[in-house]
Design a binder for this molecule. Structure first.
Ligand code: HH2
Length: 278
């Protein structure tokens, strides 16, 4: 367990980690098109690291509700040059993560210097699990009901928390059977991925059940629409305070990684919540 972020992830005496979001897409829901020029992407990544992000998560495919899949070669075209430049420029202890459902894209990213695969399909493609094991990469397994194109049409569960938990435990067991070390597996309930507002709130309320699995938990609520509905805010970029509320709650519950667009305010929220937790 050589990497610093991984040691910290499992060190109960260290505060949670921040994963800064770098979407290299024209159409992401809150920051689409903002980092298409490599210069802008590098500047944003450097800012997030200066503000306290230990991980940068690069993505070339939006998975917002209604989004269509993006071909592997197009994802690679969007992500690889910036990933390579970041690996050359950023300190070695800043980890790079690739947000993709494609094992082809993930393999290219690992070869270019990424060490984490963030798979919002939760390892549906067994080749992703084999790939993570082959590279000794960390793997984020996120729960999603359905596909981005249709997932918000009519999400339905009998017991959302139990079903999401069971799905993630089964995915993690498959990853371990594929040969991935347990300490490199991270689970994520997938806030907003095939879930109504009530489903999202139930998952947030029951985060301790995810923490009790023993796998480190990642939470991704940043600027998400269900919070805008709660606080009557229509502009995504105005949801920083709302995101920080969930970061504080998640810290109290034992979440270990927060995937956010706005690093500094979320780091403040988690540090204060961490200090209170004692
Ligand atoms: N949410 C998004 C994308 N990737 N990965 C994980 N592990 N958890 C999440 O909650 C998560 C994720 C969606 O947010 P964003 O990247 O801001 O938007 P888009 O998918 O439109 O690029």
């Amino acid at each position: 367990m050589a990497e610093r972020w991984l040691t910290r992830l499992h060190d109960g005496a260290s505060p949670p980690l921040v994963m800064g979001i770098l979407n290299l897409t024209p159409d992401s829901f809150s920051d689409g098109g903002r980092h298409l020029q490599q210069e802008a992407a590098l500047t944003q990544a450097a800012l997030m690291v200066a503000e306290g992000a230990e991980i940068i998560d690069l993505g070339g495919e939006s998975t917002r509700p209604g989004a269509l899949p993006v071909a592997d070669d197009e994802q690679c075209r969007r992500v690889l040059p910036t990933l390579g430049a970041l690996r050359a420029q950023l300190p070695a202890d800043v980890a790079l993560s690739i947000d993709t459902r494609s094992p082809v894209v993930a393999r290219a990213a690992l070869s270019a210097g990424a060490s984490i695969i963030n798979d919002v399909s939760g390892g549906r493609d067994p080749a992703m699990l084999d790939l993570a094991a082959e590279y000794g990469a960390a793997l984020v397994l996120m729960h999603m009901q359905g596909e981005p194109t249709t997932m918000q049409t009519a999400p339905a569960y009998t017991d959302v928390v139990s079903e999401v938990l069971a799905y993630l435990l089964a995915a993690a067991a498959r990853a371990e059977r594929a040969g991935l070390a347990r300490e490199r597996i991270v689970i994520d309930p997938g806030i907003g991925f095939g879930k109504t507002r009530e489903h999202n709130l139930s998952l947030l309320r029951d985060l301790p059940r995810f923490v009790q699995t023993g796998y480190p938990v990642l939470l991704g609520t940043s600027r998400k629409r269900f919070m805008g509905a709660i606080c009557r805010e229509t502009s995504f970029t105005e949801l920083v305070g709302a995101t920080c509320a969930t970061t504080a709650l998640g810290t109290s519950a034992g979440v270990r990684i927060f995937r956010v667009h706005d690093v500094k305010p979320n780091r403040q929220a988690l540090e204060v919540a961490w200090a209170v937790r004692g």
